[in-house]
Design a binder for this molecule. Structure first.
Ligand code: PLP
Length: 298
């Protein structure tokens, strides 16, 4: 399978890090592929493997109109000889993400919020007669997804005191925690919820852990909820991109990096520590919110 690609590790410089005597490194999963974004590439690896083993050729999944997962799936399907269908939550809309999905020949079925809630029913209703159809949960969530994310830990050439990652379903975080514990690494994991009232994510993550683990779930950096942002977050992102040349987005990695800077600034990351930030990708999320950055330009 072509999805098993590794990513570079890059040191990040900032006056704050020098002041606080911490070292910050970024795992550039955003560079894995332009459209099979970061962690989605890792999550899809064993999922596509499983589909292939079962002789399935038609990948079916679910997501919102700006879903990085759907675009990743459309792209991975096209590259690997699968066809793909997506149930898209909400009314028929057009945007750059869905445009690319269409270009990659993904079939889109717009689904009202009511029916979208029951994914199994949707799948059965449309595809019970299609032997080739393979169900993939929203966001590539689940055990196979986590298993792929755990492989990131094997790529690390050294150990770190802290690891930061953004969280939507919790699958990526769970995989990383499993990967660290398999190697008995003492790295402290910080999971940053991109969703409002994210404390429920602890159950989602714990379900996927091979054994119980201690980690920190940060629920105070959601900036109003999923795909919501404040002027403060937007200006942090703009400044970060300008200063580092690394593109981050307001949905996931912007919130994660904001949290990382805050935790360091508050002295919660002890002097002399090394910190690893996982850049999970998601550049399309920035494009989806471009009008919020320069509203005067429309
Ligand atoms: C999907 C996504 C996440 C969330 O990953 P989960 O495994 O669902 O927690 C984080 N960052 C980016 C850029 C994503 O696209």
């Amino acid at each position: 399978m072509e999805l098993l690609r590794s990513s570079p590790l890059q040191k990040l410089n900032a006056a704050l890090f020098t002041d606080k005597k911490v070292e910050v490194w970024v795992k550039r999963d955003d560079l894995i592929h332009p459209f099979i974004s970061g962690n989605k590439s890792r999550k899809l690896h064993f999922i596509l493997d499983d589909a292939r083993k079962k002789g399935k050729t038609h990948l079916v999944s679910f997501g919102g109109a700006f879903s990085n997962h759907l675009l990743a799936l459309a792209s991975a399907a096209a590259e690997n000889g699968f066809t793909s269908t997506a149930f898209v939550r909400g009314e028929d809309v057009q945007n750059d993400t869905l445009f690319l999905c269409r270009m990659l020949s993904m079939q889109l079925i717009f689904t009202n919020r009511e029916s979208y809630r029951n994914k199994d029913a949707l799948f059965t209703h449309h595809f019970s007669g299609d032997e080739s159809a393979y169900f993939i949960d929203e966001g590539g969530a689940g055990e196979l997804g986590a298993k792929g994310c755990a492989l990131l830990i094997d790529e690390l050439p050294r150990t770190f005191d802290h690891l930061f990652c953004a969280c939507g379903t919790g699958t990526t975080a769970a995989g990383l925690i499993n990967g660290l514990s398999a190697k008995k690494l003492p790295t402290k994991v910080h999971v940053i919820s991109a969703l409002k009232n994210g404390s429920f994510l602890r159950d989602e993550i714990d379900k996927l852990l091979h054994k119980p683990q201690v980690y920190q779930l940060h629920t105070g950096y959601d900036f109003g909820g999923y795909a919501k942002a404040t002027a403060q977050l937007l200006s942090f992102i703009q400044n970060f991109i300008a200063k580092t040349g690394i593109v981050i987005d307001p949905v996931y990695t912007g919130k994660m990096f904001y949290a990382l800077f805050e935790e360091i600034n508050f002295g919660l990351i002890e002097e002399g520590s090394t910190v690893l930030a996982i850049h999970t990708g998601g550049t399309m999320g920035l494009l989806g919110m471009k009008s919020q950055f320069f509203p005067e330009r429309g």
